[in-house]
Design a protein around this ligand. Structure first.
Ligand SMILES: Nc1nc2c(ncn2[C@@H]2O[C@H](COP(=O)(O)OP(=O)(O)OP(=O)(O)O)[C@@H](O)[C@H]2O)c(=O)[nH]1
Length: 305
């Protein structure tokens, strides 16, 4: 066994599927083993003897140096995730390897011996790009309404949390305009569910077209939507609603769904600096919406503006 290990140790190390770098505290690539498959990794043999700051842009190089120092100080393995693109790496033009941005998981542990009179770590880099992309896609899917392709309630919660924070900190004015299609059930009942879907998509598209690029339109569920309007007060939001309502009356004609009472009812509120949670503002907008429904639909009511 010993003889086998001695004879084949180098070959075994070179055959490691993921590259393993020996890196010193000052950032010198002292050795590299494995990671020879250029579909996944750039050939790193040219790195030996070079400094990380000669290879990576300063921000990335500093991040690596900090990680190395942290591992050497704590003497505990670190697992880190990082991204490397061609923008980060200098002089990569002539090296074989993937062209796109790569995501890595690094497993970094301290070595018990010195290399070139310096403390050193072993840094194993695993290409996790495919996995990372899949995760991004799943995240995107979990945040998107499949019918309208708009952000869904989950994303609204995230956005509102961010905007509540900004209102509390900087006093930013943000309007929440909740709207709902009047008599939508009659569309389904009269023309079928497919027509209902078409109406939902058309209304959502129309609303999106009339909002600003910095506004958000979210499908809450069913025929309920929220327009989240940063830098917008109640007066501007009301003007937006009036325009949207007029456009909807034309759309009802072009969709051939006249005579059912289809329109748009809305409730608006502002995010308040003393709101404790996002549910406070959602509740106010919801109450305004129901007040407007009670008043006879196809109109807007405000609450806490
Ligand atoms: N086609 C279609 N219908 C949906 C979808 N989601 C919810 N609905 C239907 O939307 C209808 C909403 O009905 P209600 O909440 O009573 O609303 P409404 O008829 O607009 O009544 P008011 O708002 O009070 O005027 C229900 O019949 C749901 O089944 C969807 O994705 N597609």
């Amino acid at each position: 066994m010993k003889a086998l290990e001695r004879l084949h140790l180098k070959e075994l190390l070179d055959q490691l599927p993921d590259p393993a770098f020996v890196m010193t505290r000052s950032g010198v690539y002292a050795a590299i083993f494995g990671g020879r498959d250029t579909r996944y990794y750039h050939d790193g043999r040219d790195l030996i003897g070079k400094r990380i700051s000669d290879v990576l842009v300063p921000a990335k190089a500093n991040w690596f140096l900090k990680e190395i120092a942290a591992v050497l100080n704590r003497r505990k393995m670190h697992v880190v995730e990082y991204e490397l693109s061609n923008r980060d790496i200098m002089g990569l033009e002539d090296v074989d390897g993937p062209a796109e941005t790569l995501w890595f998981e690094g497993r970094v542990s301290a070595l018990s011996f010195q290399v070139n009179d310096e403390d050193a770590v072993l840094w194993v880099a695993t290409n996790r790009t495919a996995n990372h992309r899949l995760q991004e896609q799943l995240r995107e899917l979990s945040m998107t309404d499949p019918l309208t392709q708009l952000p869904n309630r989950r994303q609204l919660n995230q956005l509102l949390t961010e905007y509540l924070d900004r209102t509390k900190r900087y006093g930013e004015v943000v309007t929440v305009l909740m709207w709902d299609i009047d008599r939508f059930k009659r569309v389904n009942d009269t023309f079928g569910h497919e027509k209902g879907d078409e109406v939902l998509v058309a209304m959502a598209t129309l609303c999106r077209q009339h909002l600003r690029r910095t506004d958000w339109l979210i499908r809450l569920g069913g025929d309920e939507f929220v327009a989240l309007m940063p830098y917008t007060g109640a007066r501007q939001a009301t003007l937006f609603y009036e325009r949207f309502r007029t456009e909807v009356s034309h759309l009802v004609g072009s969709l051939n769904i006249e005579g059912l009472g289809v329109g748009i009812t809305a409730g608006i509120s502002l995010i308040h600096q003393d709101d404790e949670t996002i549910h406070d503002v959602l509740k106010r907008a919801d109450q305004a919406l129901y007040q407007a429904k009670d008043l006879g639909r196809n109109q807007l009511a405000a609450n806490g503006v």
